[in-house]
Design a protein around this ligand. Structure first.
Ligand code: NAP
Length: 263
């Protein structure tokens, strides 16, 4: 058991995640790197320790495509005091793919299991702590949502389904912001903008052209981490932190849509 107040960063090994961790290490924040790939996470811990010798860093095994991994991760935290949660992990699948629970992968990782993991962590969070969710401009592809959602091979699309997952997690964040106000837990979203990471590779014929003409002009991962860091440090709740501006989260839907598992 430890008395350190850890902040959990999911997807710490990703391009934006690394920069979030570096910035928090600079502030001597103890970190739990919640990642699916242990050797990648240990490699990152070594690199961060070389840069910040005093850093308190621990690995937390977490595969957001797997419900059991979420339960095991939460169980392994027993006794730790958690000072914050930065939900940064995310995927954008090229093709329709299911996880072991029969859920479409983008919805599973970016929405369903990010929500499940957060629900498991909330009881361990100290009052006055912060939760951040990572949204995306693609959420605007889904201004309205039906009460029942089903994603299958025929209606899946790379940007559309990814955007749906980000729209849903933004809605959940809005709901949570109101429900955790009594504990003074601040819940905000970060919208990184378009950032030069592996995530924006469309795995199509035009990637090499886009890499040449587009990538040099978009935000670097350290810049992409800024909205999450601002969202985490914010005194208020219920906001979406973007590149420059900050917006109020839209009011949550009257009811959370039902997501039908794929059969
Ligand atoms: N790049 C952009 O333009 C952009 C724009 C808007 C929003 N975002 C969001 O920003 C966040 C960070 O993305 P990024 O651009 O830094 O991309 P990235 O480099 O691909 O990082 C994604 C991270 O998520 C982790 N991850 C993926 N599936 C996971 C799973 N099943 N369980 C646990 N972790 C998992 C990855 O783990 P591994 O390291 O093991 O692969 C990686 O650490 C994501 O939520 C993304 O949706 C990015």
């Amino acid at each position: 058991m430890t008395t350190d107040n850890y902040v959990i960063v999911t997807g710490a090994t990703g391009a934006i995640g690394v920069e979030i961790c570096r910035a928090l290490c600079r502030k001597a924040t103890p970190l739990l790197l919640a990642c699916r790939n242990e050797s990648k996470a240990n490699n990152l811990i070594q690199r961060l320790r070389a840069e910040f010798p005093e850093a308190k860093l621990e690995f937390l095994s977490l595969d957001l495509a797997d419900q059991r991994s979420i339960e095991q991760a939460a169980a392994s935290l027993n006794g730790k005091s958690i000072a914050g949660l930065i939900n940064n992990a995310g995927v954008m699948e090229r093709n329709f793919r299911l996880n072991s629970d029969g859920r479409e992968m983008d919805l599973s990782v970016n929405y369903f299991n990010t929500m499940n993991f957060t629900e498991q962590i909330i009881p361990m969070l100290s009052n006055g702590s912060a939760i951040v969710f990572t949204t995306s401009l693609t959420r605007f592809l889904h201004r309205r949502l039906p009460s029942e959602i089903s994603v299958n091979e025929s209606n899946f699309s790379q940007l559309g389904t990814y955007g749906l997952s980000k729209r849903l997690i933004t809605d959940y964040a809005s709901r949570l912001s109101a429900s955790l106000a009594y504990r003074n837990i601040r819940v905000n979203c970060a919208d990184p903008g378009i950032v030069d990471t592996g995530m924006i590779t469309m795995k199509r014929w035009f990637d090499s052209i886009a890499d040449l003409l587009f990538r040099p002009f978009i935000r670097k991962p350290a810049q992409g981490a800024e909205p999450a860091l601002r969202a985490f440090a914010a005194c208020d709740s219920g906001k979406i932190y973007c590149r420059r501006a900050t917006h109020k989260m839209p009011a949550p839907l009257p009811e959370m849509p039902t997501i039908k598992p794929h059969i």
